[in-house]
Design a protein around this ligand. Structure first.
Ligand code: IMP
Ligand code: MG
Length: 172
């Protein structure tokens, strides 16, 4: 039976999202923004951040996979591509967590090739101790966390725990 120790409470997440959305609303004032969610982990973050932004946003979703169980395979596969054309659009990629940085290092060039007006990354969590790729630095980040496997608020372990309202550390 796995134990979950709370790392970031639902209230702390809510508070931080309010701060991030204020920053994003200011940075993109007068522009049309597309929030591109990386499924499935980014979905809770996307819906909360989208609802607290004081501006028009379009939403799109991509599903890429690079993870099996608890370790990274180091590769990504596109399971679901963009449905909208991002040519000339301001895009923010919304991620649950940046860990090794491999997903972003594959995804960013793929998206840049589609010619967006701008492309930034907003991640709820950043685990810099695990970074294997240089120059992967999210533009907006919720929390910097230590090198621990976390679940909840979109993040899973074998598809479990995504619906927890908080972020917790999984231990056996
Ligand atoms: P990357 O290693 O930066 O490519 O991270 C790829 C993906 O691995 C993230 O978007 C998450 O879906 C998943 N991941 C990385 N660290 C964790 C974790 O601590 N818990 C749950 N999923 C994780
Ligand atoms: Mg993810």
């Amino acid at each position: 039976m796995n134990q979950i120790k709370m790392l970031i409470s639902a209230g702390e997440i809510r508070q931080r999202i309010a701060e991030l959305s204020e920053e994003i609303s200011n940075d993109y004032k007068g522009k049309e923004l597309c929030l591109l969610c990386v499924l499935k982990g980014g979905v809770m973050f996307l819906t909360d951040i989208a609802r607290s932004l004081d501006m028009d946003v379009r939403l799109d979703f991509m599903d890429v996979s690079s993870y099996e169980g608890i370790t990274s395979s180091g590769k990504i596969k596109i399971n679901k591509d963009l449905s909208e054309d991002i040519d000339g659009k301001h895009v923010i990629l919304v991620e649950d967590i940046v860990d090794t940085g491999r997903t972003l290092s594959h995804l960013m060039p793929y998206l840049i090739a589609k010619n967006p007006a701008s492309l930034k990354v907003c991640t709820l969590l950043d685990k810099p101790a695990r970074r294997e790729v240089e120059n992967v630095n999210p533009d907006y980040k919720g929390f910097v966390i230590p090198d621990e496997f976390v679940v909840g608020y979109g993040l899973d372990y074998d598809e479990k725990y995504r619906n927890l309202p908080y972020i917790g550390v999984l231990s056996e």
